[in-house]
Design a binder for this molecule. Structure first.
Ligand code: G6P
Length: 533
């Protein structure tokens, strides 16, 4: 049954109309002394306070019924069983397997895991072989003092996860090496990096699951051409070779070898691009922070996996966040969510989540190809605090639109404790309070309406484990919302269209064939003129 045809959906609509129309957050706290206890919880590494949202315990109970009626638990357990939950591509989605210890770790007693066939244990063992090979390579690179610069060339899932984690864990990063991320096909980005590095001390990581993404391939070819033009770093008289300075991270080893790369770290096709930082795509992270810390990152994510696959609905944080998303999107008509990490390290978190959430759940058709007819993924956007406070927070406080804000804050951890961290966290707490309380009785232009919702995700410590747990939390939240909407969160067919049309435009340009092309597109192509060589 489609989500909006369930009895729970109708009950939620009635609840919104009857009980929530006049809902006031300040009043809700006054009326219910249990509100905080009911709507806040501890999960592995992350404390979540969801009490400053426009909902009640009753709302959540109704949402849990919706999850039940939509078969959330069945879908969750199918993912854990390794079933092909990515239905349109006929694949499993097993990013969580990449962070599972060889014996199943905290999930080994789980009934689904306990009944895994032997082949699934073999898959887990193979994932560990790959992990060990990746970590060995990472250590080798870390110990190679001749290598000072790591350049990751990749886009989307082959870029955003590693970048957000390497930036986030800067305090743990090997200070002798610099990390660069090149994603955009705009040559300025690659050029900017190449001006800073020397071939003999640079390791290029060509990160692409498909090894076919146009932007990555063009950047990789240009990087190789630059490397060879510089004479590579061949000994006098020896042939110039990219062998020691290029590594491929891919599911398509044949294409990487065809490109000329001999050192390849492979990962399976059941690792979705935007869920791939735990796989070979994580090599830049492992080089940056070292194998022990990388294992901590995995352990933090595994702790969140165990929570997700075992905690009851009422205390299952990824599910609770997904239910809140559905409540806002489908019943309150709120179409976007602001991501506000109060953390310089997590300054690219919003970009990462834009791919994770909007590429996963920006869909309008169910698993079985029916038109869903209700909105799905919200538009997520944001910037780190406190910078955002001095920019778009004005709209959040006094604009016409109500935008749920998500504060992501670390209590402690990292180098810069003390005054800076304290001030940062107090600012986040004050913003959440200001959004809720508003200001009344001043002049009209100073009045803030208040009653504006926010969630607070507090990392107990900022470290590799908590960053791993935070990202896994988001992954499972996205999956849960997708499962309730009945969509496939693991494909991205919409992205393909633009790629195909870009390819077609190149062909039309070569053949000077514009038959049937709309006037606007043709005019823009003419204005662009021929490609420079
Ligand atoms: O890793 P690649 O195969 O190069 O793909 C890189 C990215 O591009 C694609 O177009 C998809 O939109 C992303 O999901 C993917 O992560």
């Amino acid at each position: 049954m489609m989500c909006h045809a369930t009895p729970a959906w109708a009950a939620l609509q009635a609840h919104h109309a009857d009980a929530m129309a006049q809902f006031d957050l300040v009043q809700a706290f006054a009326d219910d002394p249990q509100r905080l206890a009911q709507l806040a919880q501890q999960a592995p590494h992350v404390y979540a306070d969801l009490s400053k949202n426009l909902w009640t315990a009753q709302t959540e109970t109704l949402l849990q019924t919706l999850a039940r009626e939509c078969g959330w638990q069945t879908r969750r357990d199918a993912m854990l069983a390794g079933a092909p939950v990515n239905t349109t591509e006929g694949r499993a989605a097993m990013h969580w397997l990449l962070r599972m210890p060889p014996d199943g770790g905290a999930l080994r007693q789980h009934p689904v895991v306990a009944s895994w066939p032997e082949a699934q244990w073999d898959t887990l063992a193979a994932a560990h072989d790959t992990l060990n090979a990746m970590l060995a390579l990472a250590e080798q690179v870390r110990n190679d003092r001749r290598i000072t610069d790591i350049v990751n060339i990749g886009i989307g899932g082959s870029h955003l996860g590693p970048e957000v984690v390497v930036q986030g864990l800067e305090d743990w990063v090997d200070a002798d090496k610099r990390f660069h991320f090149v994603s955009n096909v705009d040559g300025h980005e690659l050029g900017h990096v190449l001006r800073q590095v020397r071939p003999e001390s640079t390791l290029f990581l060509i990160a692409s699951k498909s090894f076919a993404t146009a932007e990555t391939m063009l950047n990789a070819h240009s990087a190789r051409a630059w490397f060879l033009r510089q004479g590579g770093c061949a000994e006098p008289g020896a042939a110039v070779s990219i062998a020691r300075h290029f590594v491929a991270l891919t599911s398509n080893v044949a294409a990487a070898e065809q490109f000329g790369i001999t050192r390849c770290l492979a990962f399976a096709d059941w690792v979705g691009g935007r869920f791939s930082l735990w796989s070979a795509i994580g090599l830049p992270i492992a080089i940056a922070i070292g194998q022990e810390q990388f294992r901590d990152l995995l352990a933090g994510a595994h702790a969140m996996d165990a929570h997700f696959f075992t905690a009851p609905m009422a205390r299952n944080l990824p599910l609770r966040l997904a239910l809140l998303d559905i409540w806002y999107r489908n019943f309150c008509g709120l179409g976007n969510r602001c991501i506000a990490p109060y953390s310089h390290g997590l300054r690219r978190l919003a970009a990462y989540l834009q791919q994770l959430e909007m590429e996963s759940n920006g869909k309008r058709v169910t698993h079985d190809g029916r038109s869903l007819g209700v909105p799905t993924a919200p538009i997520v956007w944001g910037e780190p605090g406190t910078n955002g406070q001095h920019a778009f927070f004005q709209l959040l406080h006094q604009g016409q639109d109500v935008v749920p804000v998500e504060f992501i804050v670390a209590r402690s951890g990292g180098k810069y404790l003390g005054a800076h961290q304290h001030s940062l966290v107090i600012n986040a707490i004050a913003q959440a309070q200001a959004l809720m309380l508003g200001r009344h009785g001043a002049s009209a232009h100073q009045d803030c309406p208040g009653n504006r919702p926010s969630s607070f995700l507090l990392l107990q410590q900022f470290n590799p484990a908590s960053v791993g747990a935070l990202i896994a939390l988001y992954e499972h939240r996205v999956f849960s919302a997708g499962a309730i909407w009945g969509i496939n969160s693991f494909d991205q067919w919409g992205v393909e269209l633009g790629k195909q049309l870009a390819q077609q435009l190149r062909q039309r340009e070569e053949q000077d064939d514009w038959a049937g092309v709309d006037a606007s597109t043709r005019d823009l192509m003419e204005q662009l003129g021929p490609a420079a060589t």
